[in-house]
Design a binder for this molecule. Structure first.
Ligand code: JSK
Length: 447
């Protein structure tokens, strides 16, 4: 056995997102988002689930912030629903929406919890989608107006800002693979949307700097890891492409002001090249104060001609999987973090999402989710290994505080350390909540 210890000033918390927990989608002036439209489109979301009620956190936010407080956590990552602030994406502000987030943030501060605010966690106002969404560069302007408003409105209350959550999901997953909103399947469109999301990120960072608002700003890309099946060059190169789709493609523009040449060449062969305007990459590569990292799973990959976008197939070599059918691969967490350190700057990193999906139900008020505890144990160990290897990790936020709307999988998949009964909306702390709380309070655990 070994004791895994974290620094005394290490930050601990949990994360949620507006569309996944709030509900109240037709209340207090909120406008529609692309997820309201997508979830109401037959066949798009498991069981026809929608975010109309979700966890009803819009009305239960104090109870949910208390769950963060009782955990012993000192930071809560939440997201703002853009359509609550600007129901039409731009123009008139919805004061009731603004008031809601003041109540939420004020309560966090009252409980001694630092708010970490994600501005864009996928709920794009439908009014903007109706005009082309992220494919239309006007949406970048709308995002900057929204971000500027939020910076100034919450100046002094919110000091950690995340511009965009998982741009790979909002671009390629949503517009090439097509399983998330708005559900397009076009590589060029997805590539241009990815670029516009990065420009929007850079423009918001630039505006934040110019406004001289006190605080820090970053973004939260999702990363995964493909481990080569063998030492064959073809397997290694195929895995490099698979890794770069999440990593270099969304990190090089921000940290180097360029797209990775080997991926540009690869995509060119597929007939897609990002539409870059003069000055875009200079804007995108505005220095950031911290980097959010979202990691869930890794794969073993092998070269297979004409397989997918990268001649890369996933190989099942018998690793266990979570209930969402993702491999449990903590080694990948360690490797991707060390790779980020080696490839890019030592910018402070917060793990803004890491968690496991298991669907245990309460039995006599107890949710025995030992597998989630095991996942946390192995992934926090991998995280500490990366820190002991020089990766500048400042904090860890578990995804997710509570079970919630898991996008196209609806309510069928549960990531929470708190169980939510979707009929009664009762919250039940799972065993993993108690384990995580003890780990936070001690700053260590035994592996
Ligand atoms: C969890 C990734 C933000 C927060 C959490 C979903 C995800 C995903 C989900 C890939 C994916 C589906 C499905 C189909 C076909 C082949 C959320 N993160 N989360 N992170 N990532 N794929 N080819 N590459 O809910 O809101 O793909 O894939």
């Amino acid at each position: 056995m070994a004791i895994i210890q974290f620094p005394k000033d290490f930050r601990w918390g949990a994360a949620t997102a507006s569309y996944q927990i709030e509900g109240a989608t037709n209340e207090d002036g909120r406008g529609l988002s692309i997820w309201d439209t997508f979830s109401k489109t037959p066949g798009k979301v498991h069981n026809g689930d929608t975010g109309d009620v979700a966890c009803d956190s819009y009305h239960r936010y104090e109870e949910d912030v208390d769950l963060i407080h009782d955990l012993g956590a000192d930071v809560y990552r939440f997201s703002v629903a853009w359509p609550r602030i600007f129901p039409n994406g731009t123009g008139e502000v919805n004061q009731k929406g603004v008031d809601y987030y003041h109540k939420l943030v004020d309560y966090m501060l009252e409980k001694g919890i630092e708010p970490m605010c994600t501005l864009y966690h996928w709920d794009l106002p439908q009014a903007l989608q109706d005009k082309g969404g992220w494919d239309n560069r006007d949406t970048i302007e709308a995002f900057v107006q929204y971000a500027d408003f939020m910076f100034k409105e919450f100046h002094g209350k919110i000091k950690k800002w995340i511009t965009v959550n998982e741009p790979w999901c909002s671009s390629f997953l949503s517009n090439y693979i097509g399983v998330h909103a708005p559900g397009n399947q076009n590589l060029q469109l997805a590539m241009d949307i990815a670029h516009h999301l990065l420009v929007a990120h850079g423009r918001a960072v630039k505006s934040f700097r110019e406004s001289k608002i006190e605080g820090e700003i970053g973004y939260a890309p999702n990363v995964t890891w493909f481990e080569p099946y063998s030492t064959k060059e073809q397997d290694i190169e195929a895995c490099n492409r698979g890794n770069a789709w999440n990593l270099e493609w969304f990190f090089d523009p921000v940290f180097k002001g360029t797209y990775p040449d080997f991926m540009l060449e690869w995509f060119k062969e597929k007939g897609a090249v990002p539409t870059v305007l003069d000055g875009d990459l200079e804007i995108i590569s505005q220095p950031i104060d911290f980097l959010g990292i979202n990691y869930y799973t890794g794969n073993v990959g092998r070269y297979k001609e004409n397989e997918g976008l990268f001649d890369l197939e996933n190989i099942d070599i018998g690793y266990d999987k979570t209930a969402i059918d993702w491999f449990i691969y903590p080694e990948g967490f360690y490797k991707v973090l060390v790779t980020i350190k080696d490839l890019y700057s030592s910018v402070p990193i917060y793990i803004t999402e890491n968690g496991a999906c298991y669907n245990e139900e309460p039995v006599n008020g107890v949710v025995s989710d030992q597998k989630r505890i095991d996942y946390l144990r192995t992934h926090l160990t991998a995280l500490k290994r990366s820190m002991d290897s020089g990766v500048n990790v400042k904090g860890f936020l578990y995804w997710s505080l509570m079970d919630n709307f898991e996008w196209a999988l609806g309510y069928s998949m549960r990531f929470g350390i708190v169980h939510v009964n979707y009929e009664t909306l009762e919250r039940t702390k799972k065993d993993s909540y108690h384990w995580f709380s003890e780990t936070i309070k001690k700053g260590e655990f035994i592996v």
